[in-house]
Design a protein around this ligand. Structure first.
Ligand code: PRP
Ligand code: MN
Ligand code: MG
Length: 182
């Protein structure tokens, strides 16, 4: 079984650093959406920790909804063709939507999601992501709130998985190379 202690190479971003950055992001979101309604949309499964820890830092009440999406075909994300596995329960007409994500890697998922949600008549659609990998991005995605820009390395924890493992690490970490080899 995956052992978070022995499989870990390095802590890249500590729990304290994440929490401090989420404080800043929440403060900006509170200010930017003051007087407006706001719907938080989390992208399952990676975004669950960011959604929980970001939303509870807001001073306002903000409803949340969830989507699950998947790439078509082989599972590589290069196509950018996305399939909806679980759609929103909420009608977006006239709503101010803030998509909450754990990471923007190639940008293909978010790029597609932005288009999809915008086409539903939302008043606005913006993105808040904890992590972004500028070197890995294949499409330009306009992101309003970014926690950390990180190097193009495979990271786990705080919602991010390797083969569904390690999501529940309370920080962002790098795995030892041998973990990928078995
Ligand atoms: C990961 C991550 C983002 C997406 C980013 O999700 O949580 O949602 O990939 O990749 P992209 O920018 O290259 O499109 P994944 O599809 O692994 O599903 P998960 O959230 O359930 O882990
Ligand atoms: Mn995801
Ligand atoms: Mg994943």
């Amino acid at each position: 079984a995956a052992d978070m202690g022995t499989d870990l190479q390095q802590v890249l971003i500590s729990r304290e650093e994440i929490e401090s950055r989420l404080d800043d992001m929440a403060e900006r979101i509170d200010a930017d959406y003051a007087g407006e309604d706001l719907l938080l949309v989390g992208v399952l499964k990676g975004a669950v920790y960011v959604m929980a820890d970001l939303s509870r830092r807001l001073r306002r009440s903000a409803p949340m909804d969830w989507m699950a999406v998947s790439s078509y075909g082989s599972g590589t994300k290069s196509s950018g063709v996305v399939r909806i596995l679980k759609d929103l329960d909420t009608d977006l007409t006239g709503r101010h939507v803030l998509i909450v994500e754990d990471i923007i890697d190639s940008g293909l998922t978010l790029s597609w999601l932005l288009g999809n949600l915008s086409s539903r008549g939302a008043a606005s659609v913006e993105i808040a992501t904890l992590l972004r990998k500028p070197e890995a991005m294949k499409v330009e995605v306009d992101v309003k709130y970014v926690g950390f820009d990180i190097p193009n390395e495979f990271v786990v924890g705080y919602g991010l998985d390797y083969a569904e493992q390690y999501r529940n690490l309370p920080f962002i970490g790098l795995l030892k190379p041998e973990v990928y080899e078995n």
